[in-house]
Design a protein around this ligand. Sequence first.
Ligand code: AMP
Ligand code: ZN
Length: 468
Amino acid sequence: MKVYNTLSRKKEEFKPLEEGKVKMYVCGPTVYNFIHIGNARPMIVFDTVRRYMEYKGYEVNFVSNFTDVDDKIIKKAMEEGVSSQEISSRYIEECKKDMAGLNVKPATRHPLATQEIDGMLEMISTLIEKGFAYVVKDGTVYFRTRKFEEYGKLSHKNLDDLQAGHRDIKVTGEDKEDALDFVLWKPRKEGEPYWESPWCQGRPGWHIECSVMAKKYLGEEIDIHAGGEDLIFPHHENEIAQSEACNGKIFSKYWLHNGFLNIDNKKMSKSLGNFFTVREISEKYDLQVLRFFMLSAHYRSPLNFSAELMEAAQNGLERIVNAAKNLRHLQKNAKRALMTEEEAGIFKSSDEFTEKFEAAMEDDFNTADAIASVFELVKYSNTKVNEESSGELAERLNKRLEQLCDILGIILEREEELLDEEIERLIAERQAARKDRNYSRADEIREILLNKGIVLEDTREGVKWKRA
Ligand code: AMP
Ligand code: ZN
């Protein structure tokens, strides 16, 4: 499997640190509003990377944070006259609903910055001890950028060029040693959330949270670190500096970055008014269409969002969904059950589409070409299966189609929504299974419910459930 590594600017053969396992960290959104369709792009593409890795048999430990302390969250909280925590927990819930609609699998863990302050204090202390960070009069802690000799290795920037770029910028902290130094911890301002620290009551800078959460949940060395290309500099560059200075190890082997989403060929921005939230799109389209649209381009290319392209994605997706529907119908109504020898040959020939799909994905996750092979399979099935075919042929081709679509996170057969009584019945069955120590059945039921968008929570008062 080849992946394009921003670090080397080359496609490299993917070799995990530990055989059969992938440790992957994706920077998540800052939660002060509904997520926009730009934010959805890394969610969708890196979920697809994860799904492909899992298909290949890797066990993927996938960590993605929510940044729940930040200037924008504080500003929004002040506008509404509520706490920052109220804002962040509201939009984390909303974000999870959008992710479910986009069929983005929940991460193995979704840590929150505000729950990881202890780890940040520890890492900052180590950086100070090692001479990579310093405290100034007002209690601000800065990272001593020039001390980390490899600074710039990800963004391929040269420190002196950066310095020149900074010449006209007013250095905010007066005691800052160098314009390139960045904040690890800053003093509180009136009305802002804050934590105690050895340096001052305050809050962390943005970059430190990801270094700390990746270390805590994945370890000092990880396989893949990913996010949008705007994060290469300074965010990911700074994460590398913090983590590698602290741990003395290479932080991440591969760095993957998605290209930007534009609207009508213009940069998406609130001020231009060309800005859509995922929620707005969901009022007009099934969110699967948005997912399919995003995967129709290579993840590293810029992608233009427009009504016409969404219509095209909708039509394309419909063709695939209809082919699956048709195969199910033919299977159900087949006059013959088992494949003939000739049909076995027909099925065998369709290996080609799976092979093409895999070859595309092996080449730095070329989902555009992978989708093209799905269309070829659809065309092939439409021509090779009819009322005279065996049920087995229809079933097998449909399974193949489902398997490929599942890697893309596209659901071909939507199950009917569960009624409340059915949910309650399944929960009761799970409780009984647990009582009988039949934990595999209990887990199975949790999984069944999850697949239908029902999330269970075991509390002291019993099991609670909600629709995701
Ligand atoms: P933020 O909430 O701004 O930190 O963004 C969360 C994630 O969305 C990051 O990985 C960003 O790089 C990514 N992102 C933000 N805007 C866009 C966009 N227009 N296109 C693609 N990715 C984006
Ligand atoms: Zn990050």
